[in-house]
Ligand binder design. Structure first.
Ligand code: ADP
Ligand code: MG
Length: 437
């Protein structure tokens, strides 16, 4: 093996080179979810992909596993272009993906026999994998009798039973309670660190900063729309890692700053007079925005962004969306990592239901998309507006956004304030009767 200085260069197990991926939407248009991603995974390391929900983490993991062939670029395993599945990888899925009618033993064995192993060999490998994840004694149990954490142990046993060189974990603990997740993380690190070699490397997907600081040697921070590598942070903290040590918390803060510094700008970009920019609407429900305001009110008007996500058991990316939406409507402010209720937000909370609607509409009409839709509705003789017309407005001014999603959000927010309505049958926006001029 080549040496550079005193450190041996570790072999590259798996690699993507300049990968771009587009899905085709039902209307035939391409949706670009990953753009120009290059990434290597070396033998012996734990790599984490960290990013907001929808940024393409699962897609990238599936490309590396050979489940998806990227639109552009190369996927390599041991320097060979991948044809079909990655022969060295096994995946632990978020959803467990267990067969309810099979026992623990059968759930593990089924992937081995599907891989072509003879019954006897499959039996032995399954037993061994079940032992490795601490499920001995539960071989004959059915999934419905197991807790979430135990189910995920079966998922791990399955993945480990094929003795993979690289273990892929796609948000494996998001359906498991916090304490169990903590012990499963430690166990995975123990399995990986055990001397006998496999899995040599781990690639995990997560939106939980503390989780990746606990587990990973390298943290790949992804940006969204389309997914891209923003930066890679090395993590040299000694193992076993302590969630409460100052060094650990310091790295959590640093990652947090990197992520929010980008996702949650302190200042909105300056709007030039007469500019044609529209504000993309984050895909959240009006009720979620009101919920955030009430949550903040119950905490004296402010809370840390991070804390909100863990308190509400929401994906960090989704909480960011809710906060961005509330900020767009001037209900909150976001000085570094804090979310603070604004005067307008306080007024909203104090108001009667009717007055709330009025405040809501007033804020909506500060947004260009609502203002223009409203203006057209008032001008049209029948006070209606075709859906396609609005979609075109969105596509023209925000070509990089998902216009269907923005349209849905537009309709929901407008309905909440009774600003205008949408008739699914005729596919037309319309003014509510009492406000037709
Ligand atoms: P993440 O794992 O980061 O949440 P995903 O990789 O699951 O993100 O998805 C990235 C984007 O690609 C999302 O906008 C998602 O809706 C879209 N997407 C994922 N799979 C498909 C598919 N099979 N067809 C169309 N769009 C998809
Ligand atoms: Mg995912």
């Amino acid at each position: 093996m080549a040496e550079s200085g005193v450190l041996p260069t570790r072999a590259i197990l798996c690699e993507v080179r300049e990968v771009t991926h587009e899905f085709t939407l039902p209307n035939g248009r391409p949706l670009r979810v990953l753009e120009n991603i290059s990434l290597t995974i070396h033998s012996g390391e734990v790599v984490a992909l960290l990013g907001p929900s929808g940024c393409g983490k699962s897609t990238l993991l599936r490309i590396l596993a050979g489940l998806i062939r990227p639109t552009h670029g190369l996927t390599l395993y041991h320097d060979q272009a991948l044809q079909g599945l990655n022969p060295g990888a096994a995946i632990v899925f978020q959803s467990f993906a267990l067969y309810p009618w099979l026992t623990v033993r059968e759930n593990v064995r089924v992937v081995l026999t599907a891989a072509g192993l003879a019954a006897r060999a499959a039996e032995e490998k399954a037993e061994r994998a079940i032992r490795r994840v601490g499920l001995s004694g539960f071989e004959g149990t059915y999934p419905r009798e197991l807790s979430g954490g135990m189910k995920q142990r079966v998922g791990m046993a399955r993945a480990l039973s094929v003795d993979p060189e690289i273990l892929f974990l796609d948000e494996p603990f998001s359906q498991v309670d916090a304490l169990t997740a903590e012990s499963l993380r430690a166990e995975i690190i123990d399995l990986w660190a055990a001397a006998h070699g496999h899995p040599a490397s781990v690639l995990m997907v997560s939106h939980d900063i503390a989780e990746v600081v606990y587990m990973a040697d390298r943290i790949v921070i992804l940006g969204a729309n389309p997914g891209c590598v923003r930066t890679i942070v090395e993590n040299h903290l000694p193992r076993p890692r302590d969630y409460r040590s100052p060094e650990f918390l310091h790295l959590v803060d640093r990652l947090h700053d990197i992520i929010t510094g980008h996702e949650l700008p302190d200042q909105p970009p300056p709007v030039e007079p007469g500019s044609i920019t529209y504000e993309p609407l984050p895909p959240v429900e009006s009720a979620e925005i009101v919920g955030l305001l009430e949550y903040l009110d119950a905490r004296r008007g402010k809370e840390e962004l991070f804390r909100i996500a863990s308190d509400t058991h929401r994906e960090f990316g989704h909480v960011l969306n809710i906060v961005e939406a509330a900020e767009l409507l001037n209900f909150v402010d976001t000085p570094r990592r804090m979310v603070v209720l604004d005067t307008e937000g306080q007024n909203f909370l104090k108001a009667t239901p009717e007055a709330r609607k009025a405040i809501w509409c007033e804020q909506l009409l500060k947004l260009r998309l609502f203002r223009e839709a409203q203006a057209i509705l008032q001008k049209e003789p029948d006070h209606t507006l075709d859906r396609d017309h609005v979609l075109e407005m969105i596509v023209l001014h925000m070509p990089q956004e998902n216009y269907e999603t923005i349209f849905r959000t537009l309709v929901r927010w407008a309905r909440f304030g009774n600003l205008f309505n949408y008739d699914e049958a005729t596919e037309r926006l319309m003014l509510p009767l009492e406000s037709t001029p």
